[in-house]
Design a protein around this ligand. Structure first.
Ligand SMILES: [Zn+2]
Length: 389
């Protein structure tokens, strides 16, 4: 693969304070050399070394590709009618996930694969170069295993979420379903998964069940992440911190103790504003978490029921407008924050040796991601050094 000099970068977000100004490590009039899928050089344009090929950024903004650390993309069907009803004033009724479970079980492997490929491509066109993908719409041993098998051919960040909701067949026997999730289903899924997740919430899994599920996953070599404190206060965040989870996701209803626990831990608080947007719910308070010292990530939660967006730029704009984040904090959270939530050091940064996952914005500053909401600013995307968009 020939090396490429990306020249004429008006504003470069490196997320490396050693390389530039502020937490974003901003450089102006910069250049980057990409070689063999990684970043070989970063610095002032005037000092850039030669490369085989040259790309002129023409004064625009270059930043790391987005790292979307929370998505549910292996499914079939959609829930347009449910969203339409909710936005038309009808009350939300549970059971929506089951609609998607039925459609997903009925779909062929090829359909699920094609759907996932389309969503990964859709995200890539919007600057997302790393994406996590959960199971959770199969809820049987073979359906969960195939979801993860399909996902694992698109991303290394695969998450076993057999504990999304109790499978309909076990509605009268939730303990039996937890036994399945921690036993035979885990055995079938673990070979295709890096992470184990649980929806810890009233109506899904309580703290004791969540602990059993996450602990079983850890014993099989998976690392925990938790759907925590989305709809109500609960034990999810504390459990995530106690078990050393990489991330506690949603964090919408937090006590002072929850905030302190996150701030004193390596567990990232991953905020998913698409979910509150799409369900007309109150947003999480990012400012409170940041002021306490917690590490915050932003992610789409892309799923057909409660957040059908793959746009990290949209999440940035909402986080700035509604959640008390500065544009710099939101851009960091959508790139480096996501990398922290996935415990990755090779993405979410523009530094020598990092993977060459880059996006060029049709804008003079990263601030435009919040300043120009809804505008498709992504002008070019490189993934592992390969120009994809
Ligand atoms: Zn989710």
């Amino acid at each position: 693969m020939p090396s490429t000099l990306i020249a004429g970068i008006g504003s470069l977000v490196t997320n490396d304070p050693a390389q530039g100004t502020g937490p974003l490590g901003l450089l102006t009039d910069a250049a980057v050399v990409v070689d063999g899928g990684t970043i070989a050089w970063v610095g002032p344009a005037a000092e850039a070394p030669a490369a085989d090929e040259r790309f002129d950024a023409a004064g625009r903004t270059l930043l790391p590709g987005f790292v979307d650390s929370h998505a549910h993309l292996v499914f079939a069907g959609d829930r347009t009618a449910e969203f339409n009803a909710r936005m038309s004033g009808q009350s939300y009724t549970a059971g929506g996930i089951r609609t998607t479970v039925a459609a997903t079980r009925a779909a062929s492997d090829a359909e699920l694969d094609a759907n996932l490929a389309r969503f990964v491509r859709e995200a890539l066109r919007q600057g997302t170069t790393s994406i996590e993908c959960k199971s959770g719409y199969g809820l049987t041993v073979p359906d969960e295993a195939r979801a993860l098998r399909i996902a694992s051919s698109y991303t290394p960040e695969t998450t076993y979420l057999g504990a999304h909701v109790v499978a309909p067949e076990y509605a009268q026997d939730p303990a039996g379903y937890v036994d399945l999730v921690t036993g035979e289903m885990l055995d079938a899924c673990a070979p295709y998964a890096r992470w184990v997740d649980v929806f810890c919430e009233d109506g899904a899994f309580d703290g004791d069940q969540a602990r059993a599920i996450l602990t079983a996953g850890v014993e099989r070599g998976l690392t925990p992440r938790v759907h925590a404190n989305q709809l109500s206060y609960g034990p999810g965040v504390q459990l995530a911190v106690e078990l050393g989870a990489a991330s506690a996701d949603h964090c919408t209803h937090l006590t002072d103790e929850d905030v302190a626990a996150l701030a004193g831990s390596a567990t990232v608080a991953t905020l998913l504003p698409g979910a509150e947007f799409s369900t007309r719910a109150a947003y999480p308070d990012a400012r409170r978490l940041l002021d306490a010292g917690a590490v915050v990530a932003l992610s789409t939660d892309c799923n057909p029921g409660s957040s059908f967006t793959s746009s990290m730029a949209f999440c940035i704009a909402v986080a700035v407008r509604e959640m008390g984040m500065t544009p710099d904090e939101a851009v960091w959270a959508a790139t480096a924050g996501g990398a922290h939530a996935l415990r990755r050091t090779d993405v979410g940064t523009v530094a020598v040796g990092a993977r060459a996952d880059l996006q060029l914005l049709e804008a003079p500053s990263h601030v435009h991601l919040a300043y120009r909401p809804g505008v498709p600013l992504t002008a070019a995307v490189w993934r592992a050094g390969v120009r994809e968009v």
